[in-house]
Ligand binder design. Structure first.
Ligand SMILES: Nc1ncnc2c1ncn2[C@@H]1O[C@H](COP(=O)(O)OP(=O)(O)OP(=O)(O)O)[C@@H](O)[C@H]1O
Ligand SMILES: O=P(O)(O)OC[C@H]1O[C@H](OP(=O)(O)OP(=O)(O)O)[C@H](O)[C@@H]1O
Ligand SMILES: [Mg+2]
Length: 282
């Protein structure tokens, strides 16, 4: 049975459970459940604190886990990312009161408050900067106002929390993060159970980013139309009962669907439809 760590709380937990559900796995019914077995899929899910997931996975007691890239790096655990999942996207940045710092050099001798000491200490060491790091569990934006630190390093998504605290980012972004599937460094890459799990999640990612497009066009326009909708390998082209016309079917990126429909219409394609993809295996 494949043993998988899933975030039990916070920004990662809802979207992770949703993705697993879309991939056909059973998920817990209530948030107090810490462990469930999905016998049909031969998988056992352990609901753990996102911060602890890399540690469990690196110990080898769990096969894989879903966590944030920033949490994985911060933990220093012996685990590696094998599939980025596209949700819980964030950037990790330094911030301070406007006009107090411009770049990493300005951190010398200062105190930085953060929940991610591993990332911050690693980044400061890489740049040869000596500064003190204070650990706070959360709401670090308030640390400056209350005099605990002159600078913070934190997760930024929309920037609302920083703006509300009257702070501004400075310097280069420290890292970009998103949720990812991780495994113990050097674990068997060909394990068929892990491969099947990854294929299912990849199927969800593709189903979320592509739509199926169908349309009819004149044979003379086919090459132009196919250039607009090349599909993943190559579009399906079928004859229509009306001579001189063909029906075309191809997957297209959902974000570009409306523009592609306009362009197809302009070259004479008609009956252009898009439909959602619920699941797929590439
Ligand atoms: N506002 C946000 N937008 C997007 N991703 C976020 C946001 N806040 C945190 N994350 C991401 O979620 C992960 C952190 O999850 P975690 O559950 O530890 O923190 P949280 O969502 O802030 O919850 P908590 O309330 O427990 O602090 C990290 O990978 C981080 O980059
Ligand atoms: O740029 P934004 O869209 O404002 O998002 C970033 C904020 O979200 C998270 O905080 P959360 O609400 O989880 O509280 P916490 O600081 O206690 O973790 C993170 O720690 C930032 O504070
Ligand atoms: Mg938080």
């Amino acid at each position: 049975m494949l043993r998988i760590a899933v975030p039990n709380k916070g920004s990662l937990s809802g979207p992770a459970a949703e993705m697993l559900h879309e991939a056909g796995y059973q998920q817990r019914r209530e948030s107090k459940e810490l462990r469930i077995v999905d016998p049909e899929n031969e998988v056992e899910f352990f609901y753990l604190r996102p911060r602890d997931i890399a540690i469990y996975v690196s110990s080898g007691r769990l096969d894989i886990g879903i966590t944030g890239r920033d949490l994985l790096i911060d933990s220093g655990a012996d685990a590696e990312e094998i599939l980025p999942l596209g949700f819980a996207r964030s950037t990790f940045r330094f911030a301070a009161k406007p006009g107090t710092a411009n770049g990493i050099e300005d951190l010398k001798g200062k105190t930085v408050a953060t929940s991610y000491e591993g990332i911050v200490e690693g980044h400061l060491a890489e740049h040869g900067i000596e500064a003190s790091v204070v650990h706070l569990d959360g709401a670090v934006e308030t640390a400056i106002e209350l005099g605990v630190a002159e600078v913070i390093a934190d997760v930024v998504e929309t920037g609302t929390s920083l703006r509300n605290a009257g702070l501004e980012v400075f310097g280069e972004p420290i890292m970009k993060s998103e949720a990812a599937v991780i495994r113990r460094t050097g674990a068997d890459a060909d394990d068929p159970k892990v491969q099947q799990f990854l294929r299912r999640l990849q199927g969800v990612l593709v189903a979320r980013t592509y739509v199926m497009m169908d349309y009819d066009c004149r044979v003379e326009q086919l090459e132009k139309a196919v250039a607009l909708t090349p599909g993943l390998e190559s579009p399906t082209v079928s004859p229509l009962h009306n001579e001189g016309w063909v029906a075309v079917r191809a997957m297209v990126p959902a974000k570009e669907a409306q523009r592609i429909m306009d362009d197809l219409y302009d070259i004479g394609a008609r009956a252009i439809l898009t439909t959602a993809i619920h699941a797929c295996r590439l």
